[in-house]
Design a protein around this ligand. Structure first.
Ligand SMILES: *Cc1c(COP(=O)(O)O)cnc(C)c1O
Length: 348
């Protein structure tokens, strides 16, 4: 049976008559707009923004090689995660599957929607466990969330594994690629044509440096995107966010330069962290952070905070007991971290 989003939508969403906003009806640009109860005096923001963010999508379409009508933008990926769960999961009945350690927002968003979460441990090489997935998923499983590269570990999932999960899952498979720009592994976007149940999430928050703007990207089939367009709040991306995103997306050279610098810093930092002798594990990374482990994770964390360097405690037994996730900074910030680690070692 071929996958169709229609078959797994919640019945209320299937029947939803979407809110039709004023700007959906009239497509022209220059007119006298007396349709939306806006203020007629120009402030730069007196008009509602484009609900479909056509200019930003056009730019993203050319950067990512995905057609504009296969793209949905959210107020951060977090909004998109919520839209996915809300569209297909019947509260108190359906469930999602997520992997631990992993990104906590899938579980939080499911719980907010009264949707059960079935957690599966990653394997000891931090990959999704396919056999466990087969055992845990049932006919009420609507979405499987895979984070690749994984947060907080930094490991990417090979595309063949993602293909296998897409090919054998009757429901949605969401691959969250927030860190894909830092990864050796290719984006699952290349699988979209082949697997109609695949959704790929990316974001402008990490490599593009726009966390403060809140702009998440969802790539999926036209069919899925048109459903999500009905579910999303009509004006979810502000005029200013759209304008600034376009401006920054034009600067692709700067993007590449900074991304490459972060990757170079990451690769330089890993052996230096190992050399401190403070860590039982320093993991390789396909992202812009490095996971380390030490039995003294709490003391070390507190010491760094006292010295105004904030890292993230990710002490998640059993796989990453004593984990600390360190975001790769500028060369100066990384130097400061390393020198504090030396100080800590001397006083410990
Ligand atoms: C940072 C991050 C995101 C990005 O979320 P935004 O809401 O787009 O800022 C998404 N997924 C993962 C796994 C992340 O670590």
């Amino acid at each position: 049976m071929t996958f169709s989003i229609e078959n797994i939508l919640r019945s209320n969403i299937k029947m939803l008559a979407p809110y039709s906003c004023a700007r959906d009806e009239y497509k022209g640009e220059d007119a006298t707009f007396l349709d939306a109860n806006e203020n007629p005096y120009d402030t730069g923001y007196n008009r509602y923004p484009d609900p479909l963010q056509k200019a930003v999508k056009k730019r993203l379409s050319s950067i990512k090689g995905v057609s504009s009508d296969c793209i949905l933008l959210g107020n951060g990926s977090d909004e998109i995660i919520d839209i996915i769960i809300r569209s297909v999961c019947e509260p108190a009945k359906d469930n999602i599957v997520s992997f631990v350690p992993g990104y906590a927002m899938y579980d939080v968003s499911a719980h907010i929607n009264d949707v059960q979460v079935r957690q599966i441990s990653l394997t000891n090489v931090f990959q999704p466990d396919w056999d466990a997935l087969k055992k845990v998923a049932d006919p009420r499983t609507k979405v499987i969330f895979i984070c690749s590269p994984n947060n907080p570990v930094g490991t990417a999932v090979p595309l063949e594994k993602i293909e296998k999960i897409c090919a054998t899952s009757p429901n949605l498979v969401v691959v969250d690629e927030a860190y894909v720009d830092f990864s050796k592994e290719k984006s699952a976007v290349s699988l979209l044509e082949k697997y109609p149940n695949l959704i790929v999430l990316q974001t402008l928050s990490k490599a593009w440096g726009m966390a403060g703007l809140r702009l998440g990207i969802c790539f999926a089939s036209r069919e899925i995107i048109s459903v999500f367009n009905k579910v999303k709040p009509p004006y979810n991306i502000s005029i200013e966010t759209q304008r600034l995103a376009l401006e920054i997306l034009e600067k692709q050279d700067l993007f590449c330069q900074r991304r490459d610098e972060v990757i170079a810093q990451r690769e330089a930092l890993i052996p230096l962290l190992e050399e401190t002798g403070l860590f039982t594990h320093v993991y390789p990374s396909d992202a812009n952070f490095i996971l380390v482990r030490t039995p003294q994770c709490r003391q070390l964390y507190n010491f760094l905070v006292e010295n105004e360097v904030v890292v993230r405690l990710r002490d998640i037994p059993p796989l990453i007991t004593g984990g600390i996730r360190i975001t790769v900074g500028t060369p100066e910030q990384n130097e400061l971290l390393l020198s504090l680690l030396e100080t800590y070692k001397k006083q410990a």
